[in-house]
Design a protein around this ligand. Structure first.
Ligand code: MTE
Ligand code: MO
Length: 530
């Protein structure tokens, strides 16, 4: 029993040390994804849409942390299996580690920032782990058959087993010889593993936390008009008009946020164009930049959800860059690509009309935070993020919907996805009972690139009542709304619906996010005390 526990423990220590070693080697080599990152991202890329939706439903934007915990758990179980397998037969556990290494190598090969040159750290550390395992796992045969000072024939009658300790593997046993060496080795390996793991963690955290180089952001050639005083109704609990970077939702397939060197950043515009264009960051920053408020929204946002935010963006209109490249008449789509391989399909006409479709370099007055696309991302008013808002963008391919398919489209989501009109109740949000009398009902509504014309509230399925609207900033941003409700005691259901400036009324028909955005009315149940 103790032997098996020790074997399992050795399996975990050796596997952990091997993974940590690979992570350190990757960091030292300075290129490619670490094995954990590669496996996580390869897994994310192969996650079926229903599972992705379920993950977002369960964990929200904590889905990556959940995946990380899941990977560590699975790895730990397999490490114990490796230790136990090694105990039953030499090299069997090494085989398990080898399979794990192959899996990590395959994942590394499949990543856009991976490839053959990035595989050696995994290969080397897997080999080290596979060699260490047989040397460190205590095997029952070696424990039971300890060669004495001289070989003795087996006595016909075995001595009482309890008469002497059978195993020198026992804690505190002073018996010299192999088992003690093994324990020393084990302690040594544990120490190495601990140091390696700590090193890898420090490197990882330092890499993630290190501030991105500041950019010499120019003043906007076309600044956004000052915000009207009435753009924010300043109601307690109501989502502010401007979403601060720290609370702006984050959705992407990157397990580890890509770190892009601004000096090395290039945007390549190619495909069905008269001439290829390559832009450096200095080129981009030297242009006349436009500032615009744009509300960004995720297609996975369910009715009443919070995968939506509004920020002030600064960037170069995409149409300027496209005009320089000269799209061919047969082109109808731009496939934008990020350094991590993510792609989005955006209709060419949306990127060439007058709207503020930007190659953004700043968010709310400063550089983009790494998790929101530093140094450059796309922001396109009116389209869900998965078909427009490519972060860490590195390439614009002018093409046709008939010829190219984007990341999420190959996973069952639409190729085209304009944002659907939506409205949300922020206060009250249920829970604590309300006091009878005037209750402020308030929230936000959005219909990007159309604009919100009207918001209405109804109680218990009764008549619709017009809500007050905050000042409109642009047709590309959400609008706060407020309704003063004279609340009678009892249980009530509040519902909200919006109407666009084009007269289209938000539908009450409930549909899930896949394949092109949820519909239905947000409903909040409240209890009003007498
Ligand atoms: N490189 C990259 N860009 C991406 C994504 C991604 O997975 N990878 N996700 C898109 C999706 S689905 C959305 S909703 C927006 C979210 O942008 P945010 O994280 O800045 O809010 O980014 C888009 N850009
Ligand atoms: Mo999204």
């Amino acid at each position: 029993m103790a032997g098996r526990a020790a074997a399992g423990l050795v399996g975990v220590v050796v596997t952990g040390a091997s993974v940590a070693l690979a992570e350190i080697l990757v960091r030292v080599a300075g290129s490619g994804p670490g094995p954990v990152e590669a496996v996580a991202e390869a897994f994310i890329d192969r996650t079926p849409p229903w599972l992705k939706d379920q993950a977002i439903a369960w964990f929200g934007t904590g889905d990556k942390a959940a995946l990380g915990v899941g990977i560590v758990l699975v790895l730990t179980v397999l490490a114990v299996v490796a230790g136990l397998a090694e105990r039953t037969e030499r090299w069997r556990g090494s085989g398990v580690l080898g399979l794990l290494g192959l899996l990590a190598a395959a994942a590394t090969l499949s990543r856009p920032d991976g490839g053959w040159g990035a595989v050696w750290p995994v290969a080397a550390s897997t080999a080290a782990g596979a060699l260490a395992l047989p040397a460190l796992v205590p095997r029952p045969a070696e424990v039971a058959v300890r060669p004495g000072p001289a070989a003795r024939p087996e006595p016909a009658v075995r001595p009482e087993p309890a008469a002497r300790p059978r195993s020198a593997d026992r804690p505190g046993s002073p018996t010299p010889g192999r088992p003690l060496d093994r324990r020393r080795l084990l302690i040594g390996a544990g120490a190495v593993a601990g140091v390696a793991l700590a090193g890898a963690t420090v490197a990882r955290v330092a890499g993630v936390r290190a501030p991105s180089p500041r950019l010499a952001l120019p003043a906007p050639a076309s600044p956004a008009p000052p915000l009207p005083a009435g753009a924010d109704l300043r109601v307690h609990g109501l989502t502010p008009f401007r979403t601060p970077d720290e609370t702006f939702y984050r959705i992407d397939t990157a397990f580890v946020v890509p770190r892009v060197d601004p000096a090395a950043w290039r945007l390549r515009v190619h495909g069905l164009v008269e001439r290829e264009v390559v832009l450096t960051l200095d080129d981009l920053l030297a242009e006349d930049l436009v500032e615009a408020w744009v509300t960004l929204c995720c297609v996975s946002n369910d009715v009443g959800g919070d995968l939506v935010g509004n920020a002030l963006w600064l960037g170069l209109p995409v149409r300027e860059v496209l005009a320089r490249a000269g799209p061919s008449p047969e082109a109808d789509m731009v496939l934008s690509r990020s350094v991590d391989g993510f792609t989005a399909s955006t209709p060419l006409e949306v990127l060439t009309d007058s709207r503020d479709a930007l190659l953004a370099v700043a968010m709310n007055g400063t550089e983009l935070p790494p998790e929101h696309g530093y140094p450059v991302r796309l922001v396109v008013p009116g389209l869900y993020g998965f078909v427009s808002a490519t972060k860490w963008v590195s390439e614009l391919k002018v093409t046709r919907f008939a010829d190219d398919v984007a990341y999420w489209t190959t996973r069952g989501w639409s190729a085209r996805a304009p944002v659907k009109i939506a409205s949300r109740i922020d206060v009250p949000r249920g829970g604590r009972p309300l006091r009878a009398g005037e209750v402020v009902v308030a929230g936000v509504a959005w219909a990007q690139h159309t604009g919100i014309g009207k918001v209405e509230v109804r109680v218990d399925g009764g008549d619709w009542h017009a809500a007050e609207l905050a000042d409109q900033v642009s047709v590309d941003t959400w609008r706060q709304w407020l309704y003063r409700w004279d609340a009678p005691a009892g249980d009530h259901a509040l519902e909200v619906r919006a109407t666009g400036l084009d007269g289209v009324v938000q539908t009450s028909q409930h549909r899930p996010p896949a394949p092109d955005g949820a519909t239905g009315l947000h409903r909040v149940e409240v209890r009003v005390a007498a």
